[in-house]
Design a protein. Structure first.
Ligand SMILES: Cc1cc2nc3c(=O)[nH]c(=O)nc-3n(C[C@H](O)[C@H](O)[C@H](O)COP(=O)(O)OP(=O)(O)OC[C@H]3O[C@@H](n4cnc5c(N)ncnc54)[C@H](O)[C@@H]3O)c2cc1C
Length: 435
């Protein structure tokens, strides 16, 4: 069933699953294990056509989900997803995979909650294990003003029927015994916003699941295909130029996150976006001890433990706008120091690796979605540090927008025109560190 409302219903495409999507059954796994046959390719190589009905630039979760819902929900299958590198090579394969919907504004809460609902059913929809673990999400308050914002968020969340409440230090300590909840720390923990449905997911699996499902519905995925220019005639988009040739298309969608302004510039569309690197790091694996996501805005740090036992650490974006995705010692030292302020018992843990990705930040920390002044040119960008969780709802809503020509209500507040009209959707209080 397809729905753009905020009802707690899953999408599941149009209910008809292409044969190739049924491939991963328990029986198939067993039979394959006993045979020497190779698994069939999850998505296929196709020649680049000279024209498509829809060209989507960017093979991250947003581009792939949009392609999947176009095909599954609306029967629009003559679709190409172009990526200059490989699918998931951008933020979709670099994020820390935190999903939640406890935002600050009613528009934001409604939107992200629909995504969590879609994620809850995604493994079944795509027949692919995406390992969504709803283990709970804690945002710590270290001062009165944080507590006030959290109470505000909890009230907005409750009105939208999102499970979210402010809890005291005792309950925090019960949930995460390793946190230093004593009063002697530099920033004592005064309470927290607790959001039980939040959690983590396997980001690669989400990307691969959408790619496999879109491919099975007939979508063409073209990797190593870089868009170098966008053709616009008389205010209307007519196609793209790539390193592999030109493609004509009446509809072009920009799903390129950290590169979004470069692509929109090609169509002559200005966007209020600045690009910043965001870094993360992971430790060696240890036995499970942390089954909640912990975020501290004051200390600019968050932490979760993967199913493999590694601790994943993240922070806010780097302080300077840049397209560099190099890790820095400054980040590692900062993140390690702040994690130890929260959990001193981790002092002997060793960091395994660190990495970075690009984030396209908007002035109000909310995305930009929908049509642009260039007819046929759509954007699904401005995903900052929080866009992975929005992949399903964005894909569903963008597909509906493209297929029907109408902007679905759930994304209407996030149009590009809001910056000219001054209708900002201020999410900074809920989106700066807690991705
Ligand atoms: C370290 C880190 C941690 C994060 N943690 C979280 C988190 O916990 N939760 C959360 O919700 N979000 C998180 N995010 C943000 C999230 O990763 C992004 O918002 C999201 O992945 C964006 O997805 P996307 O599909 O829009 O873009 P991307 O996944 O970035 O995909 C864009 C694609 O466009 C392609 N591209 C660019 N230019 C061109 C071109 N000219 N031609 C063709 N292709 C092109 C790129 O190769 C890339 O694959 C994090 C980000 C980072 C970097």
């Amino acid at each position: 069933m397809s729905s753009s409302s905020n009802g707690r219903t899953a999408s599941g495409g149009n209910g008809r699953r292409p044969d190739r999507l049924r491939d991963y059954s328990a029986w198939r796994l067993f039979r394959q294990g006993l045979s020497n046959d190779e698994w069939p390719r999850a998505w296929h190589h196709h020649d680049l056509r000279s024209s498509y009905d829809v060209v989507i630039i960017g093979g991250g979760v947003h581009g792939l989900a949009t392609a999947y819902y176009l095909a599954a929900n609306h029967g629009i299958r003559n679709v190409a997803v172009l990526d200059k590198a490989y699918i998931g090579s951008g933020g979709s394969g670099r994020n820390t995979a935190i999903l939640r919907s406890n935002y600050l504004t009613p528009e934001g809460v409604r939107f992200y909650d629909r995504s969590v609902t879609l994620y809850e059913h995604l493994a079944a929809d795509l027949n692919f294990n995406v390992m969504f673990s709803q283990r709970g999400h804690l945002t710590l308050a270290h001062n009165d003003s944080s507590l006030r914002t959290m109470r505000w968020r909890a009230e907005v969340n409750k009105v939208q029927k999102v499970d979210s409440e402010v809890i005291g230090p005792d309950k925090v300590s019960e949930l995460v015994p390793y946190l230093d909840t004593s009063a002697q720390t530099r920033y004592p923990i005064l309470g927290a916003l607790y959001h039980p449905p939040g959690g983590i997911i396997r980001h690669d699996a989400v990307v691969w699941g959408y790619a496999r499902a879109a491919d099975a519905h007939g979508v063409h995925i073209h990797q190593k295909t870089e868009v170098l220019g966008i053709d616009v005639d008389g205010g209307r988009v007519s196609g793209v130029r790539t390193n592999r040739g030109s493609i004509s298309a009446p509809i072009v969608v920009n799903c390129t996150a950290g590169w979004s302004t470069l692509i929109s510039d090609m169509a002559g569309v200005d966007m209020p976006v600045q690009t910043f690197p965001l870094q993360a790091a992971v430790t060696e694996p240890v036995k499970p001890f942390l089954d909640t996501v912990v975020v501290s805005g004051t200390l600019h740090v968050y932490c979760s433990q993967t199913d493999r036992g590694e601790l994943v650490f993240g922070a806010s974006v780097d302080p300077f706008a840049s397209y560099s995705i190099r890790g820095s010692l400054e980040f590692t030292e900062g993140v390690a120091g702040h994690v130890l302020e929260l959990m001193p018992a981790l002092s002997k843990m060793r960091l395994l690796r660190q990495w970075a990705g690009l984030c396209d930040m908007t002035p109000d920390y909310s995305p930009i979605m929908g049509p642009t002044p260039v007819e046929g040119f759509y954007v699904d960008v401005g995903w900052g540090t929080y866009g992975f969780k929005a992949g399903p709802v964005s894909g569903e809503a963008m597909a509906e927008n493209i297929a029907t020509g109408r902007v679905p209500e759930i994304i209407a507040p996030f149009g590009l025109d809001r910056f000219a009209d001054g209708r900002l959707v201020g999410e900074k209080g809920a989106a700066a560190v807690g991705h």
